[in-house]
Design a protein around this ligand. Structure first.
Ligand code: NAD
Length: 522
């Protein structure tokens, strides 16, 4: 797909099922402000049509079994490997990422496919727990994982493939059909992926997308059996309320205000380099990030000096396929306004802007990589999600103060601790209120697919990755099957009588009495 022509596109047909003229939105290239493509908005009728179509095919997809689905998923991986540059070009154009940031996404998807291809079958295998009640051991008890027929995913713009296809992969492995509503700001690479699934790969029609803004997303919530939402806390609450109307289960991956703590005996140079990378990756438009830094007083000056030097040396711009820039454009103009507002608020409140602190002149939407020293918790940049290339740093007296301030937030997505020893870092990590914490590293946990990633507090509900990352797309069915030949009736069944009741009481008191159970080793 050429990312330059401004033509109309929709996942399938621009004609809406109700015959109305379609409405459209433009996808803009943040690096220079040109329109890349016009996309048709899918109304509620068309959302219903798309969901209905994949719903009809889903039973056959589930019936393929894990091995059958794995074959198609591995073909998707092979397509991604063969078309990495093309799809990365599309994503880079619509997001304003530098090449190195854009190039993170396809390998992550391939890794996700390989991970669940290897581990997913075991994660979904029937479980047969032994009943703790000896009387119930006459039953074979089974937990069976069965997919939600249609999973809906609503995605943000900052990682347009990882946060859409990345979540679709385990759902498809689980046997669900998946319909994604990508962000209206960066839908094109996902549209291309769905096209490839259908046309190039020729896979079963269980993976599709619908395009548009909030209305399209809301319509998707109404139609599906499970909704996975990634985006802002504000929209996440709207989605959860809407899902309540149909009692549709949700998982929510929301915003964060991730703290980094740097203790006095840490490797300050490594910590400063990590802060620069974690805070500025993807122009700071990343949910797991370095959004606030707390540094112990003895190493504060050295830390801010090193951080400023590292950030001042970074190159900003549109580097095509050249890997010659470090920090890209802002993807959404609305986000640039928020970033600008936070920096001005900090400046007014007396913080020192050591480098950056303004929009760059010229074409495109660029905000200069910014380091703020002497920040304090009253400033917006330390309390609200900035989601831009801004690293505010605050001096703290000791680790206690750092932990207290790190936890003083309504968010709880990720965190980072730098300490002199890994053990000391882990002791602090265990006191952080967040879904994940990296010790002497930054953002590392996201690439360990075996461990869950998800938010505490208002950063979300539910997790991705690991066994839970595929089981969440399933309902459990509990099945019991007799192990022994069965009688015509059971002791508990009708009719009730006093002798039967006495016998039941004796048996149950025998097994419920802790002393007897212990003596018998039950
Ligand atoms: P957003 O909430 O504005 O939009 C997310 C998606 O929701 C978009 O596709 C949008 O069209 C859709 N949407 C908007 N209104 C809707 C409605 N009423 N009903 C249904 N869908 C609706 O978020 P964004 O600006 O695209 O993304 C940035 C946010 O996402 C940040 O807060 C960031 O922290 C968060 N995020 C979280 C994670 C995570 O894993 N926790 C990952 C990336 C981004």
């Amino acid at each position: 797909m050429e990312p330059t022509a401004a033509t109309e596109t929709s996942a399938e047909s621009p004609q809406q099922p109700n015959g109305k003229a379609p409405q459209t939105f433009d996808v803009v290239k943040p690096a220079d402000g040109t329109v890349i493509r016009r996309v048709v908005i899918d109304d509620a009728d068309r959302v219903g049509d798309v969901v209905g179509r994949v719903r009809a095919v889903q039973p056959a997809w589930e019936a393929l079994g894990f091995a059958g689905r794995r074959m198609w998923m591995e073909r998707l991986r092979d397509w991604l490997l063969a078309n990495t540059d093309v799809i990365t070009d599309v994503m880079q154009a619509e997001s304003g990422k530098v090449r190195a940031d854009a190039a993170l996404e396809v390998p992550h998807l391939c890794d996700m496919i390989n991970y669940y291809a290897a581990a997913g079958e075991a994660y979904l295998a029937d479980e047969e727990p032994s009943p703790h009640l000896p009387l119930m051991r006459v039953k074979k008890a089974k937990i069976v994982y069965r997919p939600y027929p249609v999973v809906g995913l609503i995605s943000p713009w900052n990682f347009p493939l990882i946060l859409s296809a990345g979540d679709a992969i385990p759902a498809l492995f689980a046997g669900a059909a998946v319909v994604v509503k990508p962000s209206e700001i960066t839908p094109l690479c996902f549209i291309e992926l769905v096209r490839a699934w259908k046309e190039d790969i020729g896979a079963p029609d269980v993976f599709d997308c619908v395009n548009g803004m909030g209305e399209t997303g809301g319509a998707l919530v109404d139609e599906v059996d499970f909704i996975g939402f990634t985006g802002s806390e504000r929209t996440g609450k709207v989605v959860m309320k809407r899902a309540a109307d149909t009692l549709t289960p949700v998982s929510l991956e929301l915003g964060g205000k991730d703290p980094m703590i740097v203790l006095r005996d840490a490797d300050v140079e490594r910590a400063a380099n990590a802060a620069a990378f974690g805070g500025l990756l993807n122009s700071g438009q990343i949910c797991l990030s370095v959004e606030r830094v707390f540094v112990e007083e003895p190493v504060y000056d050295e830390f801010v000096t090193r951080l400023r030097e590292r950030v001042e040396g970074l190159r900003q711009g549109d580097d095509g396929r050249a890997y010659e820039a470090d920090v890209g454009a802002m993807t959404s103009p609305a986000q640039t306004e928020i970033v600008s507002g936070h920096v001005e608020d900090a400046r007014t409140a007396g913080a020192r802007i050591l480098t950056g602190g303004r929009r760059r002149e010229g074409p495109g939407d660029y905000y200069e990589p910014t380091v703020i020293a002497d920040a304090d918790p009253s400033m917006k940049v330390m309390r609200e999600e900035t989601f831009g290339p801004v690293i505010p740093v605050m001096k703290v007296n000791d680790a206690e103060e750092a932990v207290r301030l790190a936890n003083d937030t309504t968010y709880g997505l990720g965190a980072t601790v730098f300490a002199g020893t890994n053990a000391a870092g882990e002791r602090v990590a265990r006191r952080i209120e967040a879904g994940a914490c990296d010790v002497n590293d930054v953002l590392a946990h996201y690439n360990v697919l075996e461990i869950p990633m998800g938010g505490w507090k208002q950063s979300g509900i539910g997790y991705r990755h690991g066994p839970g990352g595929i089981r969440k797309y399933c309902r459990t069915e509990s099945i019991t099957v007799p192990r022994l030949p069965t009688a015509k009736s059971e002791l508990l069944w009708y009719p009730y009588s006093k002798p039967k009741r006495r016998l039941i009481d004796r048996v149950s008191r025998f097994f419920n009495a802790r002393g007897i159970r212990n003596r018998l080793g039950l």
